[in-house]
Design a protein around this ligand. Structure first.
Ligand SMILES: C[S@@+](CC[C@H](N)C(=O)[O-])C[C@H]1O[C@@H](n2cnc3c(N)ncnc32)[C@H](O)[C@@H]1O
Length: 225
């Protein structure tokens, strides 16, 4: 696979190896079957979750608010099938697309074969990426699946350059019974963050835009210069 490397010793091994432990949702993404079906699900997921939002509309919203420029360095966190990595590469950006799951990275590289994208296996809750090394970071729904969303947000903020932007798409807390079930460790251990909590996890960043469509939340933050 073009440009793929492993940036943690063994990011999918979980606790006991010096790596953050994994939730059931994270472990399910390590399966080749999950990776094979992900792009199909992603194209339908927002509508299935009650937000009438196509992938084209999501990409257009991202481009309109973040205006990624050719030659910028972007990090796509939890890239899965490479949706945001592909959008960014088509804008002329250099992209590091990271994911815990090797099968997801293989799927992404197959679907978005672009020389401007490098693919790397990495747990973004605790990365060794250099500080202040990206102009922008995209996090499409990875906040819902990662075991430690506060750790992941802290890492995203750390690797952003001053003036850099953070784009988040996630399912926000509704307090509904289904979210309570899915939040149980045995049923996935998913997180449904409250936008105010997300803001508190990002000191030094300012929220410039926020849009809720059903339970889906889109947000843009900028790191203080
Ligand atoms: C909901 S999918 C992301 C979809 C993708 N960002 C998009 O917009 O189409 C979540 C992905 O994040 C990955 N993931 C979960 N926790 C992670 C972490 N701590 N570090 C890196 N990747 C993670 C999973 O393996 C999975 O592929």
């Amino acid at each position: 696979m073009q440009g793929q490397e492993n940036l943690n010793p063994d990011p999918s091994s979980g606790a006991g190896q010096g790596n953050p432990p994994l939730s059931a949702a994270q472990r399910s993404n390590l399966l080749p079957l999950t990776a094979a079906g992900y792009a199909w699900w992603r194209a339908r997921s927002l509508r299935a979750l009650g937000a009438d939002f196509s992938l084209e509309r999501e990409a257009a919203l991202f481009r309109a608010l973040c205006r990624p420029l050719p030659g910028q360095d972007w990090l796509d966190v939890g890239t899965s099938a490479g949706f945001y990595a592909g959008v960014l590469a088509r804008q002329g950006c250099r992209v590091l697309a990271v994911d815990l799951s090797a099968p997801m990275l293989r799927e992404g590289a197959k679907r978005e074969p672009d020389a401007r994208i490098d693919w790397a296996q990495l747990n973004m809750e605790r990365s060794d990426l250099p500080p202040a090394s990206f102009d922008g970071v995209t996090v499409g729904a990875t906040l819902n699946e990662t075991r430690g969303p506060a750790d992941l947000l802290r890492e995203c903020a750390r690797v952003l350059r001053p003036g850099g932007q953070l784009w988040l798409m996630y399912l926000r807390r509704t307090g509904g019974p289904l979210q309570a079930v899915l939040g149980h460790p045995a049923a996935g251990g998913l997180n449904f963050p409250d936008p105010a909590w997300v803001g508190r996890c990002l000191p030094g960043l300012t929220r410039t835009d926020g849009l809720g469509v059903g339970a889906v939340q889109f947000e843009r933050y900028v790191k203080s210069a």
